[in-house]
Design a binder for this molecule. Structure first.
Ligand SMILES: [Zn+2]
Length: 423
């Protein structure tokens, strides 16, 4: 059980639940940091009504007496963090069982993550989780999820079997094998009917077929996300076709390389080797800028992989250089972990700063504004602005001075509801 800290009690004296939703809430004297407040903006009052931010005003300006007031003097207010790449329901009968998933989601929310994009799993389960999360019935980040489309060979993958149990693997509305004869109008409509917010392209698709899916999805106002390489489709094929985000930085190497050479898979190669070996992707980055394609770099998952298997070191060495060069070239990077069980998006932010050249502010923008844009939610989330969802993270230390301070959580607000850890 989590209770509001005594400090907070003073301001909202008659309420003792860990979760509390005042009708009108005034956060006073906070220091704002987001994409629109790149230098910490002091002494601001944020007014929240019915789950939305209704105004931001300098302290001292009057507001209605009926507001519950929380004074945030000396505290830093950021938009709630958004993980653009999680998997909460790949195997709902096994590792992703309901009690476990609820536990992870609760921990994630209290750490400051208020929204996640699930990049394909069992949508029958995700629909229920998203419903409960998005209306505040379970302590969880808001959940937006994908419907997966891939070439037929991909459906021998055991993950697809686990995520379609009781149904027909390869022919579910949310997880479908696509061939040249698939009725794409129907496939996209069925994908939307599964409650998915977007379509994720995964593997074994040609550039031509991927472009057809993207065009049909655009016609039906549905964003399309993709692995950055689909065997048949190069990263630039997807970018030119209008993909909204491409996942996994090291896959961008397939723009220039057809197969990873065996001699890259040695654990001993040093930084100089990789600096020379990773080819220039400047043309691809220019295309990404032109088409506003967002790079979902997912450094954390590659970092962990390299740590457990030294022959996979190449993957991380390439990942971090591509992320670094993409960022330097002006490509928007969002923050996705693809690894959501123990460490959350704060760890991806740390890696973006330490290994990919992002400033702490860039990493905050990646995990807020850019992740919101990747989910097609930039009108609703990702900055602290009137009209947006009241999803906020309050810190006791300044994250612009040190990105590690992203973990100095005072409280989290999601949809106007206050969540505070007891410890
Ligand atoms: Zn993934």
């Amino acid at each position: 059980m989590k209770l509001l800290l005594p400090g907070l009690f003073l301001f909202i004296s008659s309420y003792s639940n860990a979760q509390y939703t005042p009708r009108l809430l005034a956060l006073t004297d906070g220091t704002l940091i987001d994409a629109n407040h790149p230098t910490a903006t002091l002494h601001q009052t944020i007014l929240i009504k019915d789950g939305h931010i209704i105004d931001i005003q300098p302290d001292g300006k009057p507001f209605p007496d009926s507001a519950i007031v929380i004074n945030l003097m000396g505290k830093y207010v950021l938009p709630g963090l958004i993980d653009s790449h999680v998997h909460m329901a790949t195997d709902p009968s096994g590792v992703d069982n309901h009690p476990h998933t609820l536990q992870v989601l609760e921990k994630m929310l209290y750490s400051g993550v208020t929204t996640v994009r699930d990049m394909a799993g069992d949508a029958r389960v995700l629909a229920g989780l998203a419903r409960d999360a998005n209306i505040g019935e379970i302590p969880s980040p808001d959940i937006y999820y994908s419907a997966l489309m891939a070439g037929a060979p991909f459906f021998s993958d055991p993950r697809t079997q686990a995520a379609t149990k009781g149904g027909i693997n390869g022919n579910m509305p949310y997880m479908k094998a696509i061939t040249d004869t698939t009725n794409l109008t129907l496939a996209v409509a069925l994908a939307r009917g599964s409650g998915a917010s977007g379509i994720k392209l995964y593997a074994n698709l040609s550039g031509e077929l991927a472009a057809k899916i993207i065009a049909e999805a655009q016609r039906q106002n549905t964003p399309v996300w993709s692995h950055a390489w689909l065997q048949g489709a190069k990263p630039s094929d997807l970018v030119k076709a209008g993909i909204l985000s491409i996942s996994h930085a090291p896959l961008l190497i397939y723009e220039k390389v057809n197969k990873i050479p065996a001699d890259w898979k040695k654990p001993v190669l040093d930084a100089q080797f990789w600096d020379k070996t990773v080819p220039s992707l400047d043309e691809l980055f220019a295309q990404m800028r032109l088409h506003h394609t967002i790079l979902d770099a997912t450094l954390l998952t590659y970092k962990k992989w390299a740590q457990t298997d030294s022959t996979m070191k190449w993957d991380y060495e390439i990942a971090r250089r591509i992320a670094l060069r993409a960022h330097a070239a002006g490509v928007a990077i969002c923050a996705g972990t693809d690894d959501d069980q123990e460490q959350f998006v704060q760890e991806e932010m740390r890696l973006l700063v330490s290994d990919a050249g992002l400033s702490p502010l860039d990493a905050i923008v990646a995990a807020t504004q850019n992740s919101a844009a990747a989910i097609n939610l930039d009108g609703k989330k990702g900055t602290i602005a009137p009209g947006k969802d009241a999803d906020l993270l309050v810190l006791t230390r300044n994250p612009l001075e040190n990105i590690d301070n992203i973990s100095a959580v005072e409280l989290v607000i999601k949809g106007g509801r206050i969540y505070q850890r007891q410890d």
